[in-house]
Design a protein. Structure first.
Length: 132
């Protein structure tokens, strides 16, 4: 259960309802997920976070599938179960296959392992990796 509970649409303030309505319109759904309902206890954080995610995840140089898979990879590294579930669903909706998921998790696992090794050994960065 969310620490402060969830704010359902019918119980939301007009300010929170406006964000919920934008979420539903943007995502073309009649559903607001629990992440937003939990954040609704702080309407300023809810609005700021929604606006930022909406901006970052909109079409750009990276396609929707790539953005969802990057978000999923970071969520897996940060061990956020909620975000893993949410962005796995988003990536699947954008076309991610089982094979892509498996390969993504292999890359995430390898990156985490090699990152820890490089950090533990305090490996000096090669000069050729640095901008010139």
């Amino acid at each position: 259960m969310a620490t402060l509970g969830l704010v359902e649409y019918q119980d939301a303030t007009p300010e929170v309802r406006a964000v919920y309505e934008d979420i539903m319109a943007t995502r073309q759904t009649d559903y607001v997920n629990n992440f937003w309902k939990a954040l609704a206890h702080d309407p300023l954080t809810l609005k700021r976070t929604w606006e930022s995610i909406k901006q970052v995840m909109q079409p750009g140089a990276l396609d929707a599938l790539t953005k969802e898979m990057v978000y999923l990879a970071v969520s897996a590294s940060n061990q956020c179960g909620y975000c893993i579930a949410s962005h796995t669903a988003g990536a699947r909706q954008a076309g991610m296959t089982d094979a892509q998921f498996a390969e993504l998790m292999a890359v995430v696992g390898m990156a985490n392992e090699s990152n820890r090794l490089a950090s533990g050994y305090q490996v000096e960065i090669d000069a050729r990796f640095l901008p010139r």
